[in-house]
Design a binder for this molecule. Structure first.
Ligand code: ADP
Length: 457
Protein backbone atom coordinates (compact mmCIF):
# COMPACT_ATOMS: atom_id res chain seq x y z
CA UNK A 1 0.00 0.00 0.00
CA UNK A 2 0.94 3.63 -0.41
CA UNK A 3 0.66 5.50 2.85
CA UNK A 4 1.10 9.20 3.47
CA UNK A 5 1.81 9.95 7.11
CA UNK A 6 1.15 13.58 8.11
CA UNK A 7 2.41 14.95 11.40
CA UNK A 8 3.23 18.36 12.83
CA UNK A 9 6.30 16.90 14.55
CA UNK A 10 8.65 14.07 13.64
CA UNK A 11 11.56 12.76 15.72
CA UNK A 12 14.52 13.41 15.26
CA UNK A 13 13.65 16.59 13.35
CA UNK A 14 11.17 18.23 15.69
CA UNK A 15 9.59 17.20 18.97
CA UNK A 16 7.46 18.47 21.81
CA UNK A 17 6.04 15.14 22.92
CA UNK A 18 5.01 11.59 22.14
CA UNK A 19 3.54 12.41 18.73
CA UNK A 20 7.04 13.05 17.39
CA UNK A 21 8.21 9.66 18.63
CA UNK A 22 5.31 7.94 16.90
CA UNK A 23 5.84 9.83 13.64
CA UNK A 24 9.55 8.98 13.70
CA UNK A 25 9.03 5.28 14.29
CA UNK A 26 5.71 3.96 12.94
CA UNK A 27 6.31 4.99 9.29
CA UNK A 28 9.70 3.25 9.34
CA UNK A 29 8.09 0.11 10.73
CA UNK A 30 5.42 0.21 8.00
CA UNK A 31 8.17 0.57 5.41
CA UNK A 32 9.74 -2.56 6.86
CA UNK A 33 6.44 -4.35 6.32
CA UNK A 34 6.81 -3.61 2.62
CA UNK A 35 4.67 -0.50 2.19
CA UNK A 36 5.56 2.65 0.36
CA UNK A 37 5.42 5.31 3.03
CA UNK A 38 6.09 9.03 2.89
CA UNK A 39 6.07 11.44 5.82
CA UNK A 40 5.11 15.13 5.60
CA UNK A 41 5.85 17.73 8.26
CA UNK A 42 6.50 21.49 8.45
CA UNK A 43 9.99 22.77 7.84
CA UNK A 44 10.72 24.41 11.19
CA UNK A 45 13.82 26.49 11.79
CA UNK A 46 17.02 24.72 10.83
CA UNK A 47 15.45 21.69 9.18
CA UNK A 48 16.41 20.36 5.76
CA UNK A 49 13.94 20.31 2.87
CA UNK A 50 14.10 16.58 2.33
CA UNK A 51 15.43 13.70 4.43
CA UNK A 52 14.83 10.09 5.34
CA UNK A 53 13.99 8.67 8.74
CA UNK A 54 17.13 7.36 10.49
CA UNK A 55 18.09 3.83 9.40
CA UNK A 56 15.15 3.69 7.04
CA UNK A 57 14.45 4.54 3.45
CA UNK A 58 11.22 6.28 4.46
CA UNK A 59 11.23 9.71 2.87
CA UNK A 60 10.34 12.81 4.84
CA UNK A 61 9.09 15.90 3.02
CA UNK A 62 9.21 19.26 4.77
CA UNK A 63 6.65 21.90 3.86
CA UNK A 64 8.53 25.16 3.60
CA UNK A 65 7.16 28.57 4.43
CA UNK A 66 9.60 30.50 6.57
CA UNK A 67 7.08 33.15 7.55
CA UNK A 68 4.94 30.44 9.11
CA UNK A 69 7.39 27.81 10.37
CA UNK A 70 10.93 29.16 10.83
CA UNK A 71 10.44 30.08 14.47
CA UNK A 72 11.96 29.04 17.80
CA UNK A 73 8.93 27.04 18.95
CA UNK A 74 6.69 24.57 17.17
CA UNK A 75 3.33 25.86 18.39
CA UNK A 76 4.12 28.49 20.97
CA UNK A 77 6.67 30.69 22.64
CA UNK A 78 7.09 31.17 26.40
CA UNK A 79 3.92 29.19 27.05
CA UNK A 80 1.75 31.28 24.71
CA UNK A 81 0.36 29.82 21.47
CA UNK A 82 1.29 31.59 18.25
CA UNK A 83 -1.70 33.66 17.23
CA UNK A 84 -1.59 32.44 13.64
CA UNK A 85 -1.63 28.71 14.45
CA UNK A 86 -4.84 28.22 12.49
CA UNK A 87 -3.29 29.76 9.42
CA UNK A 88 -0.08 27.76 9.92
CA UNK A 89 -1.85 24.42 9.92
CA UNK A 90 -4.46 25.23 7.30
CA UNK A 91 -1.55 26.01 5.03
CA UNK A 92 0.20 22.82 6.08
CA UNK A 93 -2.87 20.69 5.38
CA UNK A 94 -3.48 22.11 1.94
CA UNK A 95 0.20 22.04 1.02
CA UNK A 96 0.30 18.37 1.98
CA UNK A 97 -2.46 17.54 -0.50
CA UNK A 98 -0.89 19.71 -3.18
CA UNK A 99 2.41 17.91 -2.58
CA UNK A 100 0.84 14.58 -3.58
CA UNK A 101 -0.16 16.09 -6.88
CA UNK A 102 3.21 17.69 -7.51
CA UNK A 103 4.90 14.39 -6.82
CA UNK A 104 2.23 12.66 -8.88
CA UNK A 105 2.09 10.16 -6.05
CA UNK A 106 -1.35 9.00 -5.08
CA UNK A 107 -1.52 7.41 -1.64
CA UNK A 108 -4.11 4.76 -0.77
CA UNK A 109 -4.37 6.12 2.72
CA UNK A 110 -3.56 9.45 4.30
CA UNK A 111 -2.83 9.00 7.98
CA UNK A 112 -3.51 12.26 9.85
CA UNK A 113 -2.47 13.00 13.41
CA UNK A 114 -3.95 15.38 15.97
CA UNK A 115 -5.68 18.70 15.42
CA UNK A 116 -2.97 20.18 13.21
CA UNK A 117 -4.03 17.82 10.42
CA UNK A 118 -7.76 17.67 11.22
CA UNK A 119 -8.80 19.54 8.10
CA UNK A 120 -7.23 17.07 5.67
CA UNK A 121 -10.11 14.57 5.93
CA UNK A 122 -12.52 17.48 5.36
CA UNK A 123 -10.65 18.67 2.28
CA UNK A 124 -10.68 15.17 0.79
CA UNK A 125 -14.47 15.21 1.01
CA UNK A 126 -14.99 18.83 -0.07
CA UNK A 127 -12.64 21.01 -2.09
CA UNK A 128 -10.51 18.12 -3.34
CA UNK A 129 -13.41 15.71 -3.91
CA UNK A 130 -13.98 17.01 -7.42
CA UNK A 131 -10.37 16.42 -8.45
CA UNK A 132 -10.06 12.90 -9.95
CA UNK A 133 -6.51 12.64 -8.59
CA UNK A 134 -7.91 12.36 -5.06
CA UNK A 135 -10.68 9.86 -5.84
CA UNK A 136 -10.55 6.80 -3.66
CA UNK A 137 -7.99 8.11 -1.20
CA UNK A 138 -9.04 7.16 2.34
CA UNK A 139 -8.17 8.99 5.51
CA UNK A 140 -7.42 7.74 8.97
CA UNK A 141 -7.18 10.15 11.87
CA UNK A 142 -5.28 9.42 15.07
CA UNK A 143 -6.00 11.19 18.34
CA UNK A 144 -2.82 11.51 20.38
CA UNK A 145 -4.37 13.86 22.90
CA UNK A 146 -8.02 14.86 22.78
CA UNK A 147 -7.49 17.86 25.04
CA UNK A 148 -5.66 19.84 22.35
CA UNK A 149 -8.33 20.44 19.74
CA UNK A 150 -7.30 23.50 17.78
CA UNK A 151 -10.36 25.66 18.42
CA UNK A 152 -10.43 29.02 16.62
CA UNK A 153 -12.86 31.90 16.11
CA UNK A 154 -15.64 31.48 13.59
CA UNK A 155 -14.01 33.87 11.09
CA UNK A 156 -11.14 31.40 10.71
CA UNK A 157 -13.35 29.44 8.36
CA UNK A 158 -12.64 32.08 5.72
CA UNK A 159 -8.98 30.98 5.72
CA UNK A 160 -9.82 27.34 5.10
CA UNK A 161 -11.45 27.85 1.72
CA UNK A 162 -14.45 25.79 2.89
CA UNK A 163 -17.92 27.13 2.25
CA UNK A 164 -20.11 28.23 5.16
CA UNK A 165 -22.23 25.12 4.56
CA UNK A 166 -19.59 23.30 6.54
CA UNK A 167 -20.03 25.48 9.58
CA UNK A 168 -22.72 23.40 11.30
CA UNK A 169 -22.65 21.40 14.50
CA UNK A 170 -22.65 18.06 12.69
CA UNK A 171 -19.60 19.18 10.73
CA UNK A 172 -16.75 21.51 11.78
CA UNK A 173 -18.50 23.86 14.21
CA UNK A 174 -18.07 23.53 17.95
CA UNK A 175 -20.09 25.95 20.07
CA UNK A 176 -19.80 28.76 17.53
CA UNK A 177 -16.14 28.14 16.79
CA UNK A 178 -14.10 26.19 14.27
CA UNK A 179 -12.70 22.99 15.79
CA UNK A 180 -9.94 21.22 13.83
CA UNK A 181 -9.98 18.05 15.95
CA UNK A 182 -13.72 17.68 15.60
CA UNK A 183 -13.40 18.22 11.84
CA UNK A 184 -11.02 15.28 11.63
CA UNK A 185 -13.26 13.10 13.79
CA UNK A 186 -16.33 13.82 11.69
CA UNK A 187 -14.77 13.46 8.24
CA UNK A 188 -12.07 10.80 8.55
CA UNK A 189 -12.95 7.35 7.24
CA UNK A 190 -11.54 5.78 10.36
CA UNK A 191 -10.39 7.04 13.75
CA UNK A 192 -7.78 5.61 16.04
CA UNK A 193 -6.29 6.57 19.35
CA UNK A 194 -3.20 5.39 21.12
CA UNK A 195 -4.53 2.87 23.64
CA UNK A 196 -7.63 0.75 24.00
CA UNK A 197 -8.41 2.11 27.43
CA UNK A 198 -8.26 5.70 26.15
CA UNK A 199 -10.50 4.79 23.20
CA UNK A 200 -13.18 3.85 25.75
CA UNK A 201 -12.50 6.73 28.13
CA UNK A 202 -12.89 9.43 25.48
CA UNK A 203 -16.46 8.34 24.87
CA UNK A 204 -17.32 9.46 28.42
CA UNK A 205 -18.05 12.90 29.72
CA UNK A 206 -15.13 12.74 32.14
CA UNK A 207 -12.50 12.27 29.42
CA UNK A 208 -14.32 13.33 26.25
CA UNK A 209 -13.38 17.05 26.38
CA UNK A 210 -16.77 17.92 24.93
CA UNK A 211 -16.35 15.60 21.94
CA UNK A 212 -17.68 12.44 23.63
CA UNK A 213 -20.91 12.71 21.63
CA UNK A 214 -19.06 12.84 18.31
CA UNK A 215 -16.93 9.88 19.36
CA UNK A 216 -19.89 7.84 20.56
CA UNK A 217 -21.50 8.49 17.19
CA UNK A 218 -18.45 7.02 15.47
CA UNK A 219 -17.63 4.20 17.86
CA UNK A 220 -17.85 1.60 15.08
CA UNK A 221 -14.95 3.34 13.32
CA UNK A 222 -12.90 4.04 16.45
CA UNK A 223 -9.98 1.79 17.42
CA UNK A 224 -7.30 1.84 20.11
CA UNK A 225 -3.75 0.84 19.15
CA UNK A 226 -1.01 1.17 21.73
CA UNK A 227 2.14 3.06 20.74
CA UNK A 228 5.43 1.25 20.57
CA UNK A 229 8.87 2.38 21.60
CA UNK A 230 11.74 2.78 19.20
CA UNK A 231 14.23 0.46 20.87
CA UNK A 232 16.92 1.62 18.46
CA UNK A 233 16.87 4.90 20.38
CA UNK A 234 15.79 3.69 23.81
CA UNK A 235 17.76 0.63 24.92
CA UNK A 236 20.13 0.60 27.89
CA UNK A 237 22.51 -1.84 26.19
CA UNK A 238 23.33 0.52 23.33
CA UNK A 239 22.37 4.00 24.48
CA UNK A 240 25.32 6.29 23.71
CA UNK A 241 23.93 9.02 25.97
CA UNK A 242 24.24 7.12 29.26
CA UNK A 243 27.26 6.63 31.54
CA UNK A 244 27.41 2.82 31.42
CA UNK A 245 25.42 0.56 29.11
CA UNK A 246 23.76 -2.40 30.82
CA UNK A 247 21.43 -5.32 30.23
CA UNK A 248 19.28 -7.54 32.40
CA UNK A 249 22.39 -9.63 33.11
CA UNK A 250 24.57 -6.66 34.06
CA UNK A 251 21.97 -4.73 35.99
CA UNK A 252 24.52 -3.79 38.66
CA UNK A 253 25.90 -1.28 36.16
CA UNK A 254 22.63 0.60 36.38
CA UNK A 255 23.96 1.86 39.68
CA UNK A 256 26.85 3.60 37.91
CA UNK A 257 24.25 5.45 35.90
CA UNK A 258 22.49 6.46 39.09
CA UNK A 259 25.73 7.86 40.53
CA UNK A 260 26.52 9.68 37.30
CA UNK A 261 23.04 11.16 37.18
CA UNK A 262 23.17 12.42 40.76
CA UNK A 263 26.51 14.01 40.05
CA UNK A 264 25.29 15.50 36.81
CA UNK A 265 22.33 17.23 38.45
CA UNK A 266 24.24 18.15 41.61
CA UNK A 267 22.53 15.93 44.18
CA UNK A 268 24.55 14.12 46.88
CA UNK A 269 24.71 10.32 46.93
CA UNK A 270 22.58 9.19 49.87
CA UNK A 271 22.99 5.68 51.21
CA UNK A 272 19.97 3.52 50.48
CA UNK A 273 17.98 6.36 48.96
CA UNK A 274 15.61 5.54 46.13
CA UNK A 275 15.85 7.87 43.16
CA UNK A 276 12.59 8.82 41.51
CA UNK A 277 12.65 10.37 38.03
CA UNK A 278 10.03 12.38 36.19
CA UNK A 279 10.29 13.51 32.57
CA UNK A 280 7.28 15.35 31.37
CA UNK A 281 5.62 18.36 29.90
CA UNK A 282 4.73 20.54 32.86
CA UNK A 283 0.98 20.50 32.32
CA UNK A 284 -2.06 19.93 34.53
CA UNK A 285 -2.55 16.64 32.74
CA UNK A 286 0.59 15.14 34.24
CA UNK A 287 -0.34 15.24 37.92
CA UNK A 288 2.12 17.79 39.29
CA UNK A 289 -0.58 19.13 41.58
CA UNK A 290 -0.57 15.76 43.36
CA UNK A 291 3.20 15.79 43.62
CA UNK A 292 3.14 19.28 45.13
CA UNK A 293 0.49 18.25 47.63
CA UNK A 294 2.33 15.22 48.99
CA UNK A 295 5.93 16.35 48.57
CA UNK A 296 6.47 17.26 52.21
CA UNK A 297 5.29 13.86 53.39
CA UNK A 298 7.43 12.18 50.75
CA UNK A 299 10.59 14.05 51.63
CA UNK A 300 10.75 12.55 55.13
CA UNK A 301 11.41 9.23 53.37
CA UNK A 302 14.84 8.24 52.11
CA UNK A 303 14.14 9.34 48.54
CA UNK A 304 15.48 11.76 45.97
CA UNK A 305 13.66 13.24 43.01
CA UNK A 306 14.92 14.42 39.64
CA UNK A 307 12.37 16.20 37.48
CA UNK A 308 12.96 17.21 33.86
CA UNK A 309 10.35 19.26 32.06
CA UNK A 310 9.11 22.49 30.59
CA UNK A 311 5.69 23.97 30.11
CA UNK A 312 3.22 25.86 32.24
CA UNK A 313 5.00 28.75 34.02
CA UNK A 314 3.05 28.03 37.23
CA UNK A 315 4.82 24.66 37.51
CA UNK A 316 8.19 26.25 36.76
CA UNK A 317 7.69 28.50 39.77
CA UNK A 318 6.46 25.64 41.92
CA UNK A 319 9.36 23.32 41.10
CA UNK A 320 11.94 26.05 41.58
CA UNK A 321 10.55 26.71 45.05
CA UNK A 322 10.62 23.01 45.95
CA UNK A 323 14.20 22.72 44.78
CA UNK A 324 15.25 25.53 47.12
CA UNK A 325 13.39 23.89 49.97
CA UNK A 326 14.91 20.43 49.47
CA UNK A 327 18.38 21.04 48.00
CA UNK A 328 19.71 17.58 48.84
CA UNK A 329 16.66 15.67 47.71
CA UNK A 330 15.08 17.40 44.75
CA UNK A 331 16.42 18.72 41.48
CA UNK A 332 14.22 20.23 38.79
CA UNK A 333 15.75 20.84 35.38
CA UNK A 334 13.40 23.14 33.53
CA UNK A 335 14.50 22.40 29.99
CA UNK A 336 13.91 20.11 27.08
CA UNK A 337 16.98 17.90 27.05
CA UNK A 338 16.93 14.56 25.22
CA UNK A 339 20.31 13.49 26.59
CA UNK A 340 19.47 14.18 30.21
CA UNK A 341 16.14 12.41 29.65
CA UNK A 342 17.96 9.23 28.69
CA UNK A 343 20.28 9.59 31.68
CA UNK A 344 17.24 9.88 33.94
CA UNK A 345 15.61 6.80 32.41
CA UNK A 346 18.85 4.91 33.01
CA UNK A 347 19.82 6.30 36.41
CA UNK A 348 16.52 6.36 38.30
CA UNK A 349 15.04 3.55 40.35
CA UNK A 350 11.46 4.66 39.79
CA UNK A 351 9.65 6.69 37.15
CA UNK A 352 6.69 8.72 38.30
CA UNK A 353 3.66 9.37 36.08
CA UNK A 354 0.58 10.25 38.14
CA UNK A 355 -1.37 11.56 35.15
CA UNK A 356 -4.97 12.80 35.31
CA UNK A 357 -5.36 11.23 31.90
CA UNK A 358 -2.83 9.66 29.57
CA UNK A 359 -3.72 8.67 25.99
CA UNK A 360 -0.77 6.27 25.79
CA UNK A 361 2.28 7.60 27.58
CA UNK A 362 5.78 6.77 26.41
CA UNK A 363 7.71 7.59 29.55
CA UNK A 364 6.49 4.48 31.37
CA UNK A 365 7.29 2.27 28.36
CA UNK A 366 10.81 3.64 27.99
CA UNK A 367 11.33 3.25 31.74
CA UNK A 368 10.41 -0.43 31.63
CA UNK A 369 13.15 -1.06 29.11
CA UNK A 370 15.68 0.64 31.39
CA UNK A 371 14.57 -1.39 34.42
CA UNK A 372 13.22 1.78 36.01
CA UNK A 373 9.98 0.94 37.74
CA UNK A 374 6.95 3.03 36.78
CA UNK A 375 4.60 4.38 39.43
CA UNK A 376 1.49 5.40 37.53
CA UNK A 377 -2.15 6.28 37.78
CA UNK A 378 -4.53 3.74 36.30
CA UNK A 379 -5.73 5.65 33.26
CA UNK A 380 -5.47 5.39 29.46
CA UNK A 381 -2.31 3.78 28.17
CA UNK A 382 -0.85 3.62 31.67
CA UNK A 383 -3.65 1.25 32.64
CA UNK A 384 -3.05 -0.86 29.53
CA UNK A 385 0.70 -1.26 30.00
CA UNK A 386 1.48 -1.25 33.72
CA UNK A 387 0.39 -4.06 36.03
CA UNK A 388 0.54 -3.56 39.75
CA UNK A 389 3.15 -5.56 41.66
CA UNK A 390 1.67 -7.03 44.79
CA UNK A 391 4.22 -8.03 47.39
CA UNK A 392 1.55 -9.90 49.32
CA UNK A 393 1.14 -12.40 46.47
CA UNK A 394 3.47 -15.25 45.73
CA UNK A 395 5.72 -13.06 43.69
CA UNK A 396 7.64 -15.86 42.00
CA UNK A 397 4.72 -15.92 39.59
CA UNK A 398 3.92 -12.26 39.83
CA UNK A 399 3.84 -10.42 36.50
CA UNK A 400 3.61 -6.91 37.95
CA UNK A 401 5.94 -4.45 36.27
CA UNK A 402 5.15 -1.33 38.29
CA UNK A 403 2.90 0.30 40.83
CA UNK A 404 -0.59 1.52 40.03
CA UNK A 405 -3.21 3.62 41.82
CA UNK A 406 -6.67 4.64 40.71
CA UNK A 407 -7.98 7.55 42.78
CA UNK A 408 -6.61 10.86 41.61
CA UNK A 409 -5.48 11.98 45.05
CA UNK A 410 -2.22 12.93 46.75
CA UNK A 411 -2.93 10.42 49.48
CA UNK A 412 -3.22 7.52 47.07
CA UNK A 413 -0.09 8.61 45.27
CA UNK A 414 1.87 8.77 48.51
CA UNK A 415 0.54 5.42 49.65
CA UNK A 416 1.61 3.87 46.37
CA UNK A 417 5.11 5.32 46.52
CA UNK A 418 5.45 3.97 50.06
CA UNK A 419 4.36 0.56 48.79
CA UNK A 420 6.98 0.82 46.07
CA UNK A 421 9.67 1.71 48.62
CA UNK A 422 8.95 -1.46 50.57
CA UNK A 423 9.62 -3.51 47.45
CA UNK A 424 12.73 -1.44 46.76
CA UNK A 425 14.19 -2.54 50.08
CA UNK A 426 13.32 -6.20 49.52
CA UNK A 427 16.19 -7.56 47.46
CA UNK A 428 14.33 -10.53 45.99
CA UNK A 429 11.16 -8.69 45.16
CA UNK A 430 13.13 -5.78 43.70
CA UNK A 431 15.06 -8.09 41.44
CA UNK A 432 11.82 -9.78 40.34
CA UNK A 433 10.01 -6.60 39.44
CA UNK A 434 12.98 -5.25 37.50
CA UNK A 435 13.17 -8.48 35.54
CA UNK A 436 9.45 -8.29 34.82
CA UNK A 437 9.84 -4.72 33.62
CA UNK A 438 12.83 -5.27 31.37
CA UNK A 439 11.26 -8.33 29.76
CA UNK A 440 8.25 -6.36 28.50
CA UNK A 441 8.19 -5.90 24.77
CA UNK A 442 6.55 -2.72 23.53
CA UNK A 443 8.37 -2.57 20.22
CA UNK A 444 6.52 -1.14 17.22
CA UNK A 445 6.20 -4.37 15.31
CA UNK A 446 2.90 -5.59 16.74
CA UNK A 447 1.25 -2.16 16.64
CA UNK A 448 2.40 -1.46 13.07
CA UNK A 449 0.64 -4.66 12.01
CA UNK A 450 -2.56 -3.45 13.63
CA UNK A 451 -2.37 -0.20 11.67
CA UNK A 452 -1.71 -2.18 8.53
CA UNK A 453 -4.87 -4.20 9.12
CA UNK A 454 -6.91 -1.03 9.53
CA UNK A 455 -5.46 0.51 6.37
CA UNK A 456 -6.53 -2.58 4.46
CA UNK A 457 -10.01 -2.33 5.88
P1 ADP B 1 3.16 13.60 25.90
O1 ADP B 1 3.14 13.21 24.46
O2 ADP B 1 1.82 13.81 26.52
O3 ADP B 1 4.07 14.76 26.17
P2 ADP B 1 4.43 11.01 26.33
O4 ADP B 1 4.79 10.28 27.58
O5 ADP B 1 3.57 10.29 25.35
O6 ADP B 1 3.78 12.39 26.76
O7 ADP B 1 5.75 11.42 25.54
C1 ADP B 1 6.66 12.29 26.07
C2 ADP B 1 7.96 12.12 25.34
O8 ADP B 1 8.70 13.34 25.40
C3 ADP B 1 8.84 11.06 25.97
O9 ADP B 1 9.70 10.52 24.96
C4 ADP B 1 9.65 11.87 26.98
O10 ADP B 1 10.87 11.27 27.31
C5 ADP B 1 9.87 13.16 26.20
N1 ADP B 1 10.03 14.36 27.00
C6 ADP B 1 9.07 15.03 27.68
N2 ADP B 1 9.58 16.13 28.28
C7 ADP B 1 10.90 16.14 28.00
C8 ADP B 1 11.98 17.02 28.33
N3 ADP B 1 11.80 18.10 29.10
N4 ADP B 1 13.21 16.75 27.85
C9 ADP B 1 13.40 15.65 27.08
N5 ADP B 1 12.44 14.78 26.72
C10 ADP B 1 11.19 15.02 27.17
Amino acid sequence: MKILFVSSEVFPFSKTGGLADVAGALPAELTKLGHEVKVVTPRYKGLPSEATLPNSKTKVYFIENDDLYARDGLYQQAGVDYEDNAQRFIYFSRATLELCKRLDWKPDVIHCNDWQTGLIPVYLKSIYATDPFFHGIRSIYTIHNLAYQGVFPKETLELTGLSWDYFTMDRVEFWGKLNFMKSGLVFADMITTVSEQYSREIQTEEYGCGLEGVLQGRHHDLFGIINGVDYKVFSPDKDPMIAKPYTLKTLEKKNDNKKALLKQVGLPTKRGAALIGMISRLADQKGFDLVAEMIEALMVQNVQLVILGTGDPKYHTLLQALEVKYPKQLKAVLAFDAKLAQQIYAGSDFFLMPSQYEPCGLGQLISLKYGTIPIVRETGGLADTITDFDLAKDFEHELGNGFVFLDYSAQELLRTILRALVVYKDEKAWSKIRHNAMRCDFSWKASAKKYEALYRK
